[in-house]
Ligand binder design. Structure first.
Ligand SMILES: [Cu+2]
Length: 392
């Protein structure tokens, strides 16, 4: 087993132990998104890792420090902020340049964000949005990662990049208490599209709360040009309150352990990629979707209704030849895929997980395609005209 794998396994085991510790608490702490339960979920972690660290004490009673952050970040407007990552918010393609040193700055921020109409949720984020920033490097680059945990955070955060060869994917090196910064550097050795996520135990909790993103390691020479690139990630949110409840929703440890989310979301929130930020393109254009599953638990059957993936870079590999003419992509938690297709017919195309019950839990996006009709490829059936043509 490689060192990285061993380290990931260690984290996994640590997470399990912490989970068991939390489970013992759950009957006493029904809403575990409180200062008291935060203490439970983090204190054993320091016991499980060897490093001694300075670490801001967490009050055992009163308001969770994360609420403080929420107030500050929400001050510009009324109500919770949007944590939705714009699907067009990704760096330009790297293309032909040679390897170089690249710096990536992360800040982990806990914030009250809009989950659905009339409902807010305390998200844990990289840089205030879900998913975190799209990191784009090329093979051979040396990537310097700096992670600052916001001073108002309630808990430790870190980052594990699946593109890293090294202990914990950087998780150990970046484990930062509130108000502190950590970092590491790595060489991007393997091209591909990879997930990154916070790996502080209980990692599933940190991921469910929004701490995931994608890093693209371009192969030498880059990727073929397309007209539009989009950044889409799928996640799950486990609230105490049933689907559709208004107000400030709190996280459910039991539902997380049972893997039964109330919400499934693209880019962090219900309506993120439909009402708030639909994808847009025109007839005749080509699109590439970088799709990843933060999860933490459910595999996606990613599908665009009314389209066929001309090319699918299955499982995020960019070195194996892409599959062609694919209807639905299986994308596991902690996995990714790149889907490319050309738009030939105008209309609204829905992005879904073809486990379609999830649409009703919030999991739907829209790709709006404008342009002239293309009756060669698609036309509405018009019964009257057709009837006439048959009858004469
Ligand atoms: Cu975290």
């Amino acid at each position: 087993m490689s060192t990285a794998n061993r380290d990931r396994l260690t984290l996994l085991i640590a997470g399990t132990l912490v989970s068991m510790a939390i489970a013992a608490w759950v009957p006493m702490v029904p809403a575990f998104n409180t200062a008291k339960s935060v203490e439970v979920s983090t204190v054993p972690v320091s016991a499980l890792t060897t490093a001694t660290r300075e670490w801001a004490p967490i009050p055992s009673t009163g308001k969770a420090p994360s609420a403080h952050t929420a107030t500050k970040l929400a001050a510009k407007g009324d109500g919770p902020v949007s944590i939705v990552r714009d699907p067009t918010d990704l760096p330009k393609s790297i293309g032909a340049r040679g390897p170089q040193r690249v710096r990536v700055d992360f800040e982990t921020i806990e914030v009250s964000g809009k989950l659905a109409d009339g409902a807010s949720y305390t998200y844990w984020t990289f840089n205030g949005k879900v998913p975190g920033p799209f990191v784009r490097v090329r093979v051979g680059d040396v990537v310097e990662v700096r992670l600052k945990n916001h001073e108002d955070s309630a808990v430790l955060h870190n980052v594990d990049f699946h593109a890293v060869t090294g202990p914990g994917g950087g998780a150990v090196a970046t484990e930062a208490p509130p108000g502190e910064s950590r970092g590491f550097e790595f060489r991007a050795t393997n091209p591909g599209l990879y997930v990154y996520h916070c790996a502080i135990p209980m990692a599933a909790q940190h991921i469910a709360n929004g701490m995931y993103g994608l890093i693209l390691v371009e192969p030498e020479g880059g990727l073929p040009k397309v007209d539009h690139e989009f950044y889409v990630m799928q996640g799950e949110i486990y609230t105490e309150q049933p689907l559709g409840t208004k107000g400030a929703l709190t996280e459910s440890f039991k539902k997380l352990m049972d893997e039964k989310p109330e919400y499934f979301v693209f880019n962090g929130a219900v309506g993120a990629l439909s009402a708030e930020r639909p994808l847009k393109a025109k007839v005749g254009e080509t699109v590439r979707i970088y799709f990843g599953v933060g999860g933490p638990n459910h595999t996606s059957s990613f599908h665009v209704i009314g389209e066929i993936f001309d090319r699918l870079y299955n499982l995020g590999t960019l070195t194996a030849p892409p599959l062609t003419n694919v209807q639905t992509a299986t994308v596991p938690p902690g996995g990714a895929a790149v889907a490319e297709f050309k738009l030939e017919v105008p209309g609204k195309y829905m992005l879904v997980d073809h486990a379609l019950s999830r649409v009703n839990r919030g999991l739907v996006g829209i790709l709006e395609v404008d342009g002239p009709a293309n009756p060669n490829i698609f036309k509405d059936y018009e019964p009257e005209k057709s009837a006439k043509s048959i009858s004469h």
